[in-house]
Design a protein around this ligand. Sequence first.
Ligand SMILES: Nc1ncnc2c1ncn2[C@@H]1O[C@H](COP(=O)(O)OP(=O)(O)OP(=O)(O)O)[C@@H](O)[C@H]1O
Length: 540
Amino acid sequence: MILLSPFFHLMPQKDKKKKTVQQSPKKLVKKKSSLKKMSGLAFSIKKVEDGIAVTRGSVPAGLGKLVYFLDPYQVPTRTFPGIVMASDKKSTIIFALAQNYLLTTDLLVTILRSFNGSLKTDFVIDVQISRLLGQSLDIFGNGNFIKKNSLKKLLPKPQNGIAKRVSVWRPLITGIKVIDCLFPIGLGQRQLIIGDRYTGKTTIAVDTILSQRKTKMKCIFVSIAQKQSAVNKLISTFKKEQAFHYTTLISANASDPVALQFLAPYTGCSLAEIFSTLGGDSLIVYDDLSKHSVAYRQMALLLRKSPGRDAFPSDIFYLHSTLLERAGQYFSGSLTALPVIETLGRDVSAFIPTNIISITDGQIFLDSGYFNRGILPAVNVSLSVSRVGSKSQYPCLGYMSKWIKMKITEFRGLESLLSFADDVDNLTALKLKFGLRLSEFLCQMKSEVCSCYDQLLLFALVFKGALKFVAANKVSMFIDFFVSWSNEFLLRHEISLKQYYVSFSNTWYFNFGDKKFMERKGFVNFYCYILNLFIKGLPK
Ligand SMILES: Nc1ncnc2c1ncn2[C@@H]1O[C@H](COP(=O)(O)OP(=O)(O)OP(=O)(O)O)[C@@H](O)[C@H]1O
């Protein structure tokens, strides 16, 4: 049986094993020739604990590199990978990238060699681009498809330098009114979605992906430490809403080893980089990075690394910044990142939330109080911000957004007076009345994404004061009615205007430097024309 094994020559013979242990690791690292020799040898395992293997002798692979575990007594031989997390002169500590029960002291640790003779120690994702979308993949890019002419991409990788980047200038339409108007996101931006448990964080990320249906955006959803049932639900939502053909789902579930959960965002980011370097736009959602930090903390504690604040290791900031810095607007394409963070008891000043807030270009804070009162999406207007997105917003929408933001912030401040509405002065009563309608107007159910065109019309309508004519409980009915009315109107009478709009939005990207472009072409006049027509028809 043993003789049949192709890895028999790797088995530790009694005298060879001693030799392995006695070799000086310094010499091994210095001399490439000796490295080659070592790669032909296997290292036995001294101790196995919690998915970690401690080898006898130092494995000549750097920190964070890939090694393989193999069972010499199994025919055909099966291997599974591991990640080197610590090393000294006498031993190397390796995390298994497989279920813990597969790891035993009978296994051997080896380094594989590629065809050109170099050592295969880097994490490489092996994917076929044409079959990449519409797949649910594991962290090595293994889905339910055959890999042929595959493309290899490194997982942890340095970020692109500043010379390759340009500033954010194109808008990403999320399809969510409150975000697109008040906290606009630009392509290449990193916008954090933060909030307590069960406040609609995933829903915002999923809706953003759904509203890319008519664009050429490639989307990647990285699900970290979620239940398999939640991942299945996501897949069925994407399929139902016809969004799976431009989406890839990378998942490392809660039942998977922590090392897999730790590597999942890197796989997602590498895939997104493939799309953006090919000249397209890609969007990546990390759901969620607080579970990623917990996985890394678990790994660090098992490695006896000295714990810092909240028991997280000191390099956790570095870990997230290197990941999120890979997003940006490049000459070739863009990579937009939407990391998700879960807070405890609305505490945004905890260690991980503050880290990610300082790395990203803005945050959307979801409030459990609003969620419980049925204000969906539960965006807290005063704690949310978008630092670079306004540069990419349509000037017309940007102009209206300042006014809407002022009105809604004012209303949130006065909201507590709603129960004494009869006792307040006239001005406050008016503000409360309008704020209540505006708050209703900004509410939106999940999967009901609103196109950029409809949003522009709706906001212009609010700006022109149309909400005065509508009761607060009829605002959603009014929105549905207006959207269908305006679309029908344009189709019936002014088809050329819609075509004009479409050609305008296509040429918009090429006129980004010209802020007056919109006004000069008479766009505001066009909205006013339609709105006047509509408002005239409303009851007084
Ligand atoms: N705008 C919305 N309209 C209708 N339902 C919504 C909306 N936003 C969220 N929900 C509902 O709220 C629930 C929680 O949403 P979601 O799973 O997105 O929250 P989460 O913060 O990601 O949760 P978790 O912390 O468990 O990951 C879901 O049942 C979802 O359907």
